[in-house]
Design a protein around this ligand. Structure first.
Ligand code: UD1
Ligand code: MG
Length: 457
């Protein structure tokens, strides 16, 4: 096997996106486009991956980290000019060079491998990955001669009427003989409508030198979608979503309505878990087996163990154990740790709290900056008063505590093991274990008082 190099083009601003964010950083199913591309390229066993950066260079580099080498294209003069920036790094090497655009997020390692295989079989100097598009608008068109051999690629903006009818397009992915690429690219000029140095012009140059030019037409045209504007971005999102969701379904996850289920590409979900519509599973989230998630739940950067139910609720940056019941309409905010068999019910908000095994906050509570022991019952409407306007304080509720309804636990405060807090109490001092604490005005009944207010004649 010859050495393999990859050049990923990611320097463009992406004017057509109409965005402050550089094009290749726009996320598709939660992950920047260029990251999808690099991930697939890495699977094809490359000796070196070089990403050409320009607009937003630092951000793109920070995103990719050590998964790629980088070269800077200070001015964006076209795709050939972009590849030229990798010349010093690659020109003296023997092998093949895969060039991929950072704005084709759906391309897979399998398709790239097929392209490389075709290239090697054909012993070509360049093999272009092409696709049939019913609506080829915007893409470069493949121009073939009478015998069907590739002559050149013409950009949409430079094409004449006959050329515009061609439906075989350049996908922007190519496999080159490395040395031939860097020799030919020197000869590319910018004599075209856009005044840019086009990488596809290398094809015509090699062709005129009598070199073997091959094309590999993938049957999976949707993989080659190039994202130049937000309309294409939404198509990419939809295609990627289908791909991710089908993978989960094949792995044994039931998605009741996959079209309305949004799962990030990093998420891991166990078998026999059922995901209901309107659910968004974002970032690095792991969900166990036999869970019921949704409808309409949002889980982000969190872990959820087995047999847990999360309905109409939000869970962010937290860990949730097994056999837990969350929702409907609960909000688990970052840094919360919900142990097994816990219940977080209707309209309950939890923040930065450890909630130990078997404890319950079933209705209308706010529990923030708290340590909640095992088998605690937090009555309806109870809250931890964790903030004095400047600082946050900790509330400790030890094992087996019963907090009556509508209580305020003014932090910092500890309610000792097995203690009871009477309903309606405002607890400002620690409660010893096994005690009953009542902190509310004593009830006074004034018999017959109503007749003083509304005397009966
Ligand atoms: C390009 C191809 C077109 C092909 C299409 C497939 C050229 C001239 N045209 O068109 O034939 O059908 O992709 O999607 O190559 N970039 C740089 N530096 C530059 C210019 C671009 O790094 O100076 C990067 C962009 O960030 C982008 C990629 O190259 O990731 C492609 O550029 P783009 O402007 O999207 O080209 P298309 O018009 O889509
Ligand atoms: Mg493009």
């Amino acid at each position: 096997m010859s050495n393999r190099y990859a050049v990923i083009l990611a320097a463009g601003q992406g004017t057509r996106m109409q965005s402050k964010l550089y094009k290749v950083l726009h996320p598709v199913c939660g992950k920047p486009m260029v990251e999808h591309v690099v991930e697939q390229v890495k699977k094809v066993n490359m000796s070196e991956v070089v990403t050409v950066v320009g607009h937003g260079a630092e951000l793109v580099q920070a995103q990719l980290g050590d998964r790629s080498e980088f070269v800077l294209q200070a001015e964006q003069l076209g795709t050939a000019h972009a590849v030229m920036q990798a010349k010093d790094r690659l020109q003296d090497k023997d092998g093949i060079t895969l060039v991929v655009c950072g704005d084709t997020p759906l391309i897979t390692a399998e398709t790239m491998s097929s392209l490389i295989q075709h290239h090697e079989e054909q012993q070509a100097k360049v093999t272009i990955l092409t696709a049939h598009q019913d609506n080829p608008g915007g893409y470069g068109r493949m121009i073939r001669d009478d015998r069907g051999l590739v002559k050149r690629i013409v950009e949409h903006k430079d094409a004449n009427e006959a050329e515009l009818t061609v439906q075989e397009v350049n996908t922007g992915t190519y496999c080159f003989d490395n040395r031939a690429l860097f020799e030919a690219i020197e000869k590319v000029n910018n004599d075209n409508v856009q005044g840019e140095y086009y990488l596809p012009d290398v094809i015509e140059i090699l062709q005129s030198q009598g070199e073997t030019i091959a094309a590999f037409q993938t049957p999976l045209a949707s993989e080659t979608l190039g994202v130049n504007d937000r309309v294409a971005l939404s198509k990419a999102e939809q295609l990627m979503r289908t791909r991710i969701n089908e993978q989960h379904m094949r792995n044994g996850v039931s998605l009741i309505d996959p079209v309305n289920t949004y799962i990030s590409s990093e998420a891991v979900i166990g078998r026999d878990t059922v995901v209901y519509p309107g659910t968004v599973i974002e970032g690095e989230t792991t969900i166990g087996e036999d869970c019921i998630i949704g409808p309409n739940s949002e889980i982000k950067n969190s872990t959820v163990a087995d047999r847990t139910v999360i309905k109409q609720s939000v869970v962010h940056n937290s860990a949730v154990g097994s056999d837990v019941n969350i929702g409907p309409f609960a909000h688990v905010r970052p840094q919360s740790n919900i142990s097994d068999e816990v219940k977080i019910g209707n309209f309950v908000e939890i923040k930065k709290t450890n909630f130990r095994r078997g404890s319950k906050a079933s209705h209308l509570s706010y529990i923030g900056d708290a340590e909640v022991g095992t088998d605690v019952n937090i009555g309806c409407g109870s809250i931890t008063v964790n903030y004095d306007g400047k600082n946050k304080y900790l509330t400790t509720i030890e094992d087996n505590v019963f907090v009556g309804c509508n209580s305020n636990l003014v932090a910092p405060v500890t309610v000792g093991k097995g203690a009871y807090v009477a309903a309606g109490s405002t607890i400002t001092k620690d409660v010893p274990g096994e005690a009953l604490s009542i902190a509310r005005a004593r009830q006074e009944n004034k018999e017959g008082y109503a007749s003083k207010i509304h005397p009966k004649n």
